[in-house]
Design a protein around this ligand. Structure first.
Ligand SMILES: Cc1ncc(COP(=O)(O)O)c(C=O)c1O
Length: 325
């Protein structure tokens, strides 16, 4: 039996006991990292509630997906409006929708002009679901740029990444994780990534070859332990990217959108990347959503045939995602 939790903080979605829930999940779910045996029955703002009505201050905020607080009223209303307004949840992307256009416009203009060496063309945004999908998009952007703009033979493109990184869990992305536990047993891994020590400009410089197409880093590391690189590192990467015609890609899935006190983490050092990846808090944790934003010229680089594969994706065209947050 399920119960509406509104005004009943101690009850929750079901009336199952804590033990029943734990047994159920252990029997039917996959194992994760170490977990706390707290059964959350209700969330509200920064608070989590158990079935006794005890409230816990949520310092994790779903690894920053719920930075605005759980069930932020404005975001909940936006999702309700999308559903009540009978927007299709999945619409083929052979047609246009007002909500997608508005969303793309909003995000593209929220981000300062990226890739300034490519001109003041404005930005374009490519949406996906989970964050790692936008990391994959950025990898495609980098490799495609290397192939088309730098004439690197296809299959030889190299991207410089940082030790202690965390960019997600697909096979390609764990291929360049420096944590053995994310890679072990999952080979064959994807080649083309050069791992250097985070914050070490000389290591980045020495890793650059004629096949390098991009440097992709978190401007401040999140999952790896909230590491701030030494002052000047981001600017030095910017200079190396400019001098060697590389793309500088910042993954701000965890540290963007206000998490560090500025809208974007890169604003602390005023170092603007060529492509920016956002996720998590962009939808307040209510729907899976991530984006890669880049200079319009870079987004339009691919020819029309490639463009189809570039954009095709079943779910991100669903209008529910573009609820007017
Ligand atoms: C910096 C960074 N990039 C990418 C990801 C992957 O995002 P997702 O788990 O939504 O695929 C994460 C997730 O924690 C992250 O912190």
């Amino acid at each position: 039996m399920t119960t509406n939790t509104k005004n009943k903080p101690a009850v929750g979605y079901s009336q199952l006991s804590d033990k029943e829930i734990l047994d159920m999940e252990h029997a039917a779910g996959a194992q994760h990292y170490g977990r706390i045996e707290l059964i959350v029955r209700k969330t509200e703002g920064c608070w989590l509630y158990d079935d006794k009505g005890n409230k816990y201050f949520d310092c994790l905020a779903a690894y920053s997906a719920a930075n605005q607080g759980h069930h932020h009223p404005k975001m909940v209303q936006a999702v309700k409006d999308a559903v009540d307004g009978q927007y299709g949840s999945v619409i083929s992307n052979v047609v246009y929708t007002d909500s997608l256009a508005m969303f793309l416009d909003k995000v593209s203009n929220l981000v300062p002009q990226l890739g300034t060496r490519f001109g003041a063309n404005g930005n374009k945004t490519l949406p996906k679901n989970g964050g790692v999908e936008s990391v994959e998009t950025a990898i495609k952007l980098a490799r495609g740029y290397g192939y088309k703009a730098k004439n690197i033979p296809d299959g030889k493109q190299e991207i410089i990444v940082a030790g202690n990184n965390f960019h997600g869990r697909t096979i390609t992305v764990v291929s360049f994780s420096s944590a053995e536990k994310y890679r072990e047993g999952f080979g064959p891994l994807t080649p083309g990534f050069i791992n250097v020590s985070y914050g070490d400009t000389d290591a980045v410089k020495n890793a650059i070859t004629e096949n390098t197409c991009a440097i992709m880093i978190e401007p401040m590391q999140g999952e790896g332990g909230m590491y701030i690189p030494k002052e000047g590192f981001l600017g030095e990467c910017r200079k190396l990217a400019d001098d060697n015609e590389l793309l500088l890609i910042f993954d701000e899935i965890q540290v963007g959108l206000g998490r560090t006190g500025k809208m974007f983490c890169f604003e602390h050092e005023n170092v603007v990347p060529d492509a920016l990846i956002l996720g998590k808090a962009i939808s307040g944790g209510l729907v899976p959503l991530s984006v890669m934003v880049t200079n319009s010229k870079l987004m339009d680089w691919r020819d029309a045939r490639h463009l189809i594969f570039w954009l095709m994706k079943t779910f991100p065209v669903g209008r529910l995602k573009w609820a007017r947050f």
